[in-house]
Ligand binder design. Structure first.
Ligand SMILES: Cc1cc2nc3c(=O)[nH]c(=O)nc-3n(C[C@H](O)[C@H](O)[C@H](O)COP(=O)(O)OP(=O)(O)OC[C@H]3O[C@@H](n4cnc5c(N)ncnc54)[C@H](O)[C@@H]3O)c2cc1C
Length: 409
């Protein structure tokens, strides 16, 4: 089955099917999901599938906005969640490879080559986002709705929006990403820390010879380059050290303010710097790919204090954090989207138990937190360990700065 909600796609709005509702309450709980990227739409689909029909996704970006993103690897646990939503894997996995080839150092004899099989598959943000959002019934996602506040009013959570509007909810699920307003409101002491390096990204239709699977190059400390085929070309990420000041010079705002540098933030100086590093550190065909890439983005690596809580009571209602809103993790861990999807599936499961069998809601949410918090904390802690092993991060900034100066001089 490729589509779970064929009758909805035809016309009618929400899925009216119910789960086995032994003790369904008189009124459907109003569930507000903040963020319409990956975690939010996954949660919305799972809840609708479970019979909740008062689900709204509030997304800050306007409907017409082109949101970007590149290659994402999904583990089998996440793939299975998508399977259970009836999303055919062929729709978002366009290359069937599972192998990651890693080349460490510049050893011409090839002794630094290792291959491992990734326990999952590779997709891209646009493919996955499209597969999820096109299944959401009309009207579920409300674009251009930027949440700015959450208050308890008459004993219930009420969301406030940038345009002055407000909306009550029984449960508010913040899936609003690494700069989450939900995290700022609910868990204000957890800060983001710039880790001292940047993931420069690019896409091009120029394919290096014989690139048919994921290739990772680690030519020297302080440099990692990942490249893989995507529909129409290839996608690469080039990790390089950069001080916060350098990031600000290159992308026009500090790493904390500009948590994603979008294509229009990447000017000639940033392109030139990345091209120079590519020529310095990468084999000629990979450096050519970088040079030929018109579409460029960048992501500052940001760490966060590990989470200790995912659920907050707000009067008689609740608010939760999940996905990057709970804990953005370094991309090397390949756990960000996976965490969000697994947490969404766990949350939908406990809400269904509450609705269908009157499971005690605070206890059910606490159980969800107990199951998912450890994986989020582990991924938050793993990022700096990997970065350190690669010579990437604050303490290593000087190494890259010197290598660039040497190349220039
Ligand atoms: C280079 C790179 C490689 C990666 N590779 C992998 C990988 O291989 N595997 C993996 O699992 N993960 C990977 N990730 C991480 C993954 O992309 C993220 O974890 C994932 O996108 C998080 O999804 P999300 O929906 O939780 O948050 P986001 O994708 O950040 O989406 C948040 C959404 O909330 C909206 N929003 C924000 N604020 C508000 C507001 N106030 N009101 C309303 N809406 C708001 C935003 O517009 C956005 O649409 C990678 C990330 C990067 C940068």
């Amino acid at each position: 089955m490729s589509h779970l909600f064929p009758h909805i796609a035809a016309d009618t709005g929400y899925d009216r099917r119910r789960p086995v509702a032994l003790h369904a309450p008189a009124r459907q709980p109003r569930i507000a999901i903040i963020g319409g990227s990956l975690t939010g739409p996954t949660l919305a689909l799972l809840l609708i599938q479970a019979g909740f029909d008062a689900v709204t996704v509030y997304e800050a970006a306007p409907a017409a906005a082109t949101l970007g993103g590149g290659l994402i690897s999904l583990e089998h646990s996440s793939l299975d969640v998508l399977d259970r939503l009836g999303i055919d894997q062929d729709e978002f996995v366009k290359f069937r490879f599972e192998t990651i080839t890693q080349i460490t150092g510049n050893d011409a004899a090839g002794s630094g080559v290792t291959r491992r099989v990734y326990p999952g598959r590779f997709t891209t943000w646009p493919l996955l986002h499209d597969a999820l959002t096109r299944r959401l019934p009309a009207g579920v996602v409300q674009h251009g709705q930027k949440v700015t506040g959450l208050a308890e009013t008459r004993g219930m959570p009420v969301l406030h929006f940038a345009d002055g509007a407000s909306a009550p909810a029984d449960l508010v699920a913040f899936a609003d990403g690494r700069a989450s307003v939900g995290r700022r409101l609910l868990d204000p002491h957890r800060q983001l820390h710039y880790a001292g390096y940047v993931g420069h990204r690019g896409q091009t239709s120029h394919l290096p010879t014989e690139l048919s699977q994921f290739l990772r190059l680690e030519p020297c400390p302080g440099v990692q380059f990942n490249i893989a085929p995507i529909p129409g070309g290839c996608d690469w990420t080039f990790y390089l050290n950069a001080s916060a000041e350098r990031y600000t010079d290159l992308f026009g705002a500090s790493p904390h303010r500009r948590v994603f540098a979008l294509p229009h933030h990447v000017g000639p100086a940033a392109r030139h710097e990345v091209d120079t590093y590519a020529a310095l550190h990468l084999p000629a065909d990979q450096a050519d790919v970088v040079h030929a890439s018109h579409l460029r983005m960048a992501v500052p690596m940001l760490d966060i204090d590990p989470p200790t809580q995912m659920v907050w009571p707000i009067g008689a209602g609740h608010a939760v954090l999940l996905g990057d809103a709970l804990a953005p993790v370094r991309p090397h861990t390949a756990r960000g989207a996976n965490n969000g999807i697994e947490q969404a599936a766990g949350l939908a499961a406990v809400l269904r138990q509450h609705r269908a069998y009157r499971a005690d809601l605070p206890a059910a949410l606490t159980g969800w937190q107990r199951r998912h918090l450890p994986a989020a904390v582990t991924a938050v802690r793993l990022g700096p360990t990997i970065g350190h092993r690669l010579g990437l991060g604050t303490r290593h900034c000087e190494v890259t700065t010197r290598s660039l100066a040497a190349a220039a001089g």
